[in-house]
Design a protein around this ligand. Structure first.
Ligand SMILES: Cc1cc2nc3c(=O)[nH]c(=O)nc-3n(C[C@H](O)[C@H](O)[C@H](O)COP(=O)(O)OP(=O)(O)OC[C@H]3O[C@@H](n4cnc5c(N)ncnc54)[C@H](O)[C@@H]3O)c2cc1C
Length: 546
């Protein structure tokens, strides 16, 4: 027990910096704080660390990172800031304005990320805490002129030579394990099964600790210099999702513990919330989320060239190969005349060639690898049979979909949509939705099949079998929470920082606004602000508990 002196015996433990949550943001904060010489505790609600990060590839989007610089590539600061501002706040963006049309505080966050992300990676490399390698992906909006990237902004932890997806630890698990190993080696304590329930403040209203529960036992943990929340988003709190997100969402692959605890904890002490209607959107298989809101996989870059998606009217409504965050927003289109979300559900339809493809892509799910039946994959011989089977399944799903049914025009329109899709695919150009045109879609599409006009599209076979998965809107996790400043300090409604309280990662308002800048767009900022938070906190004077 290191409770001592002025801290009194009511405190179970006292540290300099207390980190709440053991994902990317928390592990970075713990490693950074420990390296600064601070005594650090990381409290994790689950019986194990990793959070949503452990399910991920651990890929990080970091402009101007040290690996880019090593290669002699200049990632111009103004250019990168324009790219981030233009896509995060497209309706505010003004390239002639000193803060690019953004409120000064929002612009400052982008600057802090540009400078801090690169510094964080450099620092972790110098400390020997984590090794990085470049993943050759372009930005998600690299086709836009503003600041459009170079490749090279995307990093991941170095993976073992014979690394195999599905068999070995994910890149995200490696990221967290390496950072926490470093933290422990530098004296930090990692305490699992510690669910933080509230913060404790002294008479000066500075945050000086947290109350956590270990089972039903309350534990009071003091923090002399700061508490860094890194507790993930709120995707799995249905009430917060209902009250804040911009549209109905079925669930997603965020860890089950992504229940938005910081939203309640921080608003209780007057924090200002921001960006609450946004999430890192993707698509989910509705028959899977009907069973479990926290899925093991979602639909990122839908697999297969002879594959299309249609809505309940049988119409194609979206570029099926657009990045998940962009594509999923098609589900939120509102039809005021009919009073419905016409794309609430989309039906991903593909043929035998897609199923028979031997490719072991990380994006393959939910396409089965063989003819082994999966209950969320409909297998039929014809489109007539598909319409019948969908009608049955939609009836069973009514309690979770609000009763979405196929329109009477579905079958006729589906045939027309497939015919049109097949023509576009044969020509190799999607005049309707521009599928396969952006740099990221071209990388993801890989090589075309022999004789194909496009790698992204191929005509569906003239006869069955056909397959279908019912998709709905989901998310990797949410990206709203308390607003923070350039040091990751959580802000009160007055706009002033709440002394001693920090936040990073999905638990706070994302500086990315509505955007998903590129592969690693969530973990990049989580690492940057985990680092900035811990550095600032470790440098604070020790506070008195009274
Ligand atoms: C399959 C998949 C692949 C992905 N791939 C990528 C990728 O490659 N790159 C990318 O940028 N993003 C990716 N994402 C998204 C990314 O994983 C997350 O956005 C990111 O890891 C979140 O990090 P975090 O530190 O904010 O939160 P988390 O990793 O979710 O960590 C939060 C932790 O806080 C704990 N916690 C919550 N409440 C409390 C409490 N009250 N007390 C104590 N502990 C608490 C949780 O249990 C959890 O361990 C992917 C997501 C999935 C599901």
């Amino acid at each position: 027990m290191d409770a001592a002196g002025a801290w009194g015996e009511e405190w179970d433990r006292v540290f300099d910096v207390v980190v709440v949550g053991g994902g990317a943001a928390g592990a970075t904060a713990a490693a950074t704080g420990a390296a600064e010489g601070a005594s650090v505790a990381l409290l994790e609600k689950a019986p194990f660390t990793g959070g949503t990060t452990a399910k991920s590839g651990g890929v990080m989007w970091i402009p101007d990172n040290p690996l880019l610089r090593e290669r002699g590539v200049v990632d111009d600061r103004d250019n990168a800031l324009r790219y981030m501002a233009r896509t995060a706040y497209p309706t505010l963006y003004d390239p002639t304005d000193p803060t690019l049309g953004l409120p000064v505080d929002r612009h400052r966050l982008l600057e802090a990320f540009f400078d801090g992300g690169s510094a964080a990676v450099g620092h972790l490399i110098d400390l020997g805490a984590l090794s990085f390698e470049t993943v050759d992906y372009p930005d998600y909006y690299a086709h836009l002129t503003e600041g459009s990237a170079t490749t090279g902004r995307v990093l991941q932890p170095v993976l073992p030579d014979d690394w195999t997806p599905g068999r070995d630890a994910t890149g995200g698990q490696i990221l967290v394990d390496d950072l926490l190993r470093f933290s422990r080696d530098h004296g930090a304590e990692v305490l699992v099964d510690h669910a933080v329930d509230r913060v404790v403040r002294n008479e000066a209203e500075e945050v000086v600790g947290v109350l956590a529960y270990v089972g039903r036992r309350p534990v009071l943990v003091g923090a002399r210099r700061g508490v860094v929340f890194a507790s993930g988003g709120f995707l799995h709190d249905p009430r917060l999702v209902l009250d804040y997100l911009r549209g109905p969402v079925f669930g997603g692959a965020a860890a089950e513990t992504a229940t938005g605890d910081l939203v309640r904890i921080a608003t209780e002490i007057g924090a200002q919330l921001g960006n609450m209607s946004h999430a890192w959107w993707d698509q989910v298989a509705v028959e899977v989320t009907a069973r479990t809101r926290s899925t093991s996989a979602d639909v990122y870059s839908p697999f297969g060239d002879s594959m299309l998606m249609v809505n309940r009217f049988g119409h194609r409504v979206v570029n099926e190969k657009a990045p998940y965050n962009e594509r999923a927003q098609a589900h939120f289109v509102w039809d005021p005349y009919r009073g419905e979300y016409p794309n609430h559900l989309l039906f991903m339809i593909f043929d035998e060639a897609v199923v028979e493809s031997p490719e072991r892509s990380i994006f393959r799910w939910p396409v089965p690898t063989s003819r082994r039946p999966r209950d969320y994959v409909i297998a039929v011989q014809s489109f007539e049979e598909l319409a019948e089977e969908l009608r049955d399944r939609l009836e069973r799903l009514a309690p979770v979909t609000g009763g979405t049914k196929l329109d009477a025009s579905f079958l006729t329109n589906l045939r027309g949509s497939v015919e049109r899709f097949n023509q576009l695919a044969a020509n190799g150009e999607d005049a309707d939705f521009r599928r396969g045109e952006t740099p990221i879609e071209q990388v993801w599409a890989g090589e075309p099949r022999p004789g194909a006009a496009s790698a992204a599209m191929y005509p569906l076979a003239a006869s069955g079998p056909y397959y279908c998965v019912i998709l709905g809107p989901g998310a990797l996790d949410t990206k709203g929470g308390p607003l923070t400043d350039e040091h990751a300090r959580i802000l009160a409604r007055s706009g002033e920082p709440i002394p001693g309280l920090y936040g990073a990662g999905n638990c706070v308002a994302s500086l990315a606004g509505q955007a998903y800048w590129g592969p690693g767009g969530t973990i990049g900022p989580a690492v940057a602000f985990g680092y900035l938070a811990a550095r600032h906190a470790a440098g604070e004077p020790a506070r008195s508990p009274a």
